[in-house]
Design a protein around this ligand. Structure first.
Ligand code: SAM
Length: 245
């Protein structure tokens, strides 16, 4: 068994663990009708970039759920540094168990994380925990065009075969018990700034690491970034702004 943790090597200390950005989180938040969200859960919060944006903007406690404790420790430290530790509560748990812990969620937020338990499964599972008329904001990878370069199609066929078009994901959300209020596609720079531009040199420096799991993860990351660069905008990250029926 490996004594190295490839996630710590690649992502350790990073604020953004996926495509996104504070301005985009705020933009999508403002697509929701203004109101109170007494119970907010951020599923797959990672190091909590978006958790902190939500907590600051809404002035409400955000329950930050992730299964990887070092990310939650980073979030706790950052929240304290920003003076908002009273607005962030971390929960080290599997996001599929959210309905066992929270039963009356007003706003379920999840950026770049639902795929870990499957987009459709995540929406169905979380629907049990969201109040009637409550909201879910979930981002998910999607094909954006019919014409997809072969390299990108092959990469995701093995890496993420469940990837769908936006219209299919909208149908999935409706089938899971939500009205789709809006969608928002992240611009390209949200993948690069403070994400790929940090990750790429790190991954390049680790492609010949002595530990196989670190080496493999680094090589896969380098490949992912190269695929993105040559993707001709054929895929992207899309937010689905949903209201529980
Ligand atoms: C790509 S990162 C996104 C993190 C953060 N939302 C962001 O955009 O920076 C996905 C996160 O999901 C977490 N995760 C993966 N599977 C999980 C699970 N089953 N339950 C809870 N968290 C999970 C990972 O630890 C990681 O922090």
């Amino acid at each position: 068994m490996s004594t190295y943790d490839p996630i710590a090597f690649l992502f350790g200390g990073m604020e953004k663990l996926g495509p996104g950005g504070n301005a985009h989180t705020l933009h999508v938040l403002h697509l929701l009708s203004k109101g109170q969200f007494p119970v907010i859960v951020d599923a797959g919060c990672g190091a909590g970039r978006q958790t902190m944006v939500l907590a600051k903007e809404l002035g409400t406690l955000v329950h930050a759920v992730d299964s990887y404790e070092p990310f939650l420790n980073d979030l706790t430290r950052r929240a304290a540094d920003a003076g908002i530790e009273h607005l962030v509560q971390t929960h080290c748990m599997d996001m599929k168990d959210i309905p066992d812990v929270f039963q009356h969620i007003d706003l379920l937020w999840s950026e770049g994380a639902a795929y870990n338990i499957g987009f459709a499964n995540a929406l169905t599972t979380w629907a049990r925990a969201i109040k009637p008329d409550g909201f879910a904001v979930v981002s998910e990878l999607a094909w954006l065009r019919e014409r997809v370069p072969d390299t990108a199609r092959e990469f995701f066929l093995s890496g993420y075969p469940d990837m769908q078009h936006i219209t299919q994901n909208i149908a999935v959300a409706e089938g899971a018990g939500y009205n789709v209020l809006d969608t928002y596609t992240l611009p390209k720079e949200a993948w690069v700034e403070a994400y790929y531009d940090i990750l790429e040199p790190r991954a390049n420096a680790l492609v010949d690491h002595s530990d196989r799991s670190v080496r493999d993860f680094a090589r896969e990351t380098v490949k992912e970034i190269e695929i993105f660069r040559t993707s001709e905008d054929s895929y992207g990250y899309v937010f689905y702004v949903l209201q529980r029926v």
